[in-house]
Design a protein around this ligand. Structure first.
Ligand code: BG6
Length: 502
């Protein structure tokens, strides 16, 4: 709390809403996500006193742990991964409400033990039958759990479900999952996570567009030449080959994070910031998007190379990856939206693993000045204005403008006008999961994906994947540490444009 209280720039910015008493049940609690993201997020919420006073967390997984063993493991996870320093007094507010139930997910006996544990917590901790279930489990156990939770709803209190990605494998499976969910839960009780929507900077795209009078009038095909969205990662597949071999970049990032970034960039202003208004507008963007033809989409797979000066293996040599794997680790596409605002304005998007650095940006490139009356242009020439939203790292916004070089004559060079989060608010940004867990407890689904939205996303992806099945590109086709395959550069060069590299 000290940090918040001492920072005058944060005055008046604290959250007024506190969730009602509740228990958070995490299925898949022994997994990496719980250690790296969920518990550190819960701790940071406790650190800022944003959790309800009457609160409990129950971890559920197969690993045989006692309550104490789970608590100890979570404490070490918090020490290792939380963005805040470890404070014993904060941990002591959380720890007594932390329980663990070891069970196979399909065991009725385990379900009964969980239910008994929750009833006990209602009495001990005053959680009043309110539950948030976090499903961080593989898709095969998902349906079963949904049914189990649906059938065991407490007589009192509310029940909400947070559902991790991947949400389905294609449109058919996503529809099946939605049907399964809707058999037991209303749409406003379901919170499908796309953690990119929890990132401050993604929400800032909305703030930038709709809290300022100057951008919206020029945010359209008349003033914007094109948009570039990059979700770049320097990491490789790590230890997730089992999942990634089936998913590839198209299902792992393009279907969800990339399309969400595009939707918030391109959507019409919502009439208010409620879940339905915001999501209605995003769905319209997805409906307006047509599936790119084969010439407008490029896939790649990384070969051996150097990232951060380190020699890294090719994707096919990673542990758990088939030596002839055809899974793509890179996708680039040129997308169009069929609506009045964006007709004929290309959205170039790309995502890849083992790129030179971790960098996610949305760059809005405006039309060139129609007639610059200056003869002397310095350096690379007078470039068009670009508004860049730095989603991560170095979170902020910068505007590239032409400025006069000091001295005699009238030389122009491109310079940056920068807003950096760190500088303006002097505070660390909350992790996406903090915001999302808190919002689910508050029942606010604005930053979660609605069922029709997710189905629209798959409707865009399915034909791309189907077309890919018809041919076998030569993989690997880009070296680790490069910005992707040559064909991805051609995609823009054909249009007289180029990817941004900084
Ligand atoms: C996850 C993907 O959804 O997002 C990962 O499954 C990816 O493959 C990760 O690394 C990227 O998230 P972030 O927040 O680090 O950009």
């Amino acid at each position: 709390m000290a940090v918040l209280e001492q920072n005058p720039l944060l005055e008046g910015l604290e959250l007024a809403r506190t969730p009602e008493p509740c228990a958070l049940v995490i299925f898949g609690a022994s997994g990496d996500l719980t250690r790296r993201k969920l518990f550190p997020a819960i701790y940071s919420l406790a650190y800022r006193q944003l959790l309800p006073a009457r609160f409990a967390v129950v971890g559920v997984a197969r690993t045989e742990w006692s309550d104490d063993e789970f608590r100890d493991d979570m404490e070490s996870a918090v020490r290792e991964f939380a963005r805040d320093e470890f404070r014993q007094d904060v941990w002591d507010t959380l720890a007594p409400g932390v329980r663990y139930v070891s069970t196979e997910f399909d065991s009725p006996e385990g379900a009964d033990r969980l239910s008994a544990c929750l009833t006990e917590l209602d009495e001990e901790r005053g959680t009043r039958g309110n539950r948030v279930y976090y499903l961080a489990v593989p898709p095969d156990v998902f349906r079963l759990l949904v049914r189990q939770i649906g059938e065991q709803r407490a007589a009192e209190g509310w029940t909400r479900l947070i559902v991790e990605k991947p949400f389905g494998y294609d449109l058919t499976t996503a529809r099946e999952l939605n049907q399964g969910l809707h058999g037991h839960f209303a749409e406003d009780e379901i919170f499908r996570i796309d953690h990119y929507l929890g990132k401050e900077t993604v929400q800032n795209v909305l703030a930038l567009r709709f809290a300022n009078g100057i951008f919206e009038p020029i945010w359209n095909r008349q003033f914007i030449d094109h948009v570039q969205i990059t979700v770049g990662e320097s990491l490789g597949v790590e230890r997730r080959a089992g999942f990634y071999e089936q998913a590839g970049a198209i299902r792992d990032i393009f279907q969800n994070h990339l399309l969400q970034l595009l939707a918030v960039t391109a959507m019409e202003p919502p009439i208010d910031f409620t879940a339905e208004s915001v999501r209605n507008e995003k769905v319209k963007v997805l409906r307006a998007m047509h599936t790119p033809g084969p010439k407008h989409i490029v896939r790649g797979q990384y070969g051996r190379g150097f990232v951060d000066g380190e020699d890294v293996p090719a994707y096919r040599d990673e542990e758990g990856v088939a030596p002839d794997s055809m899974t793509e680790t890179y996708v680039a596409a040129k997308l169009f939206l069929d609506n009045w605002r964006w007709a004929d304005t290309p959205f170039y998007v790309r995502t890849g693993k083992r790129l030179p650095r971790r960098e996610t940006t949305v760059a809005i490139q405006f039309q060139r000045a129609p007639h610059p009356p200056f003869a002397e242009i310095a350096g690379e020439g007078l470039r068009p204005n670009v508004l860049i939203v730095h989603i991560q790292p170095n979170e902020g916004v910068s505007l590239e403008i032409g400025a006069k070089v000091p001295g005699h004559g009238m030389q122009i060079r491109t310079v940056h006008m920068d807003f950096l989060y760190g500088g303006a608010f002097r505070t660390g940004l909350p992790e996406a999961y903090e915001r999302l867990i808190l919002d689910a407890m508050l029942g606010d689904a604005t930053l979660f994906t609605r069922s029709d939205e997710i189905e629209e996303q798959w409707a865009i992806v399915d034909p791309i994947v189907a077309a890919w099945r018809r041919d076998r590109p030569v993989f690997p086709n880009y070296a680790s540490g490069s910005w992707g395959p040559k064909e991805a550069n051609d995609l823009l060069e054909r249009d007289g444009r180029a990817w941004r590299t900084h």
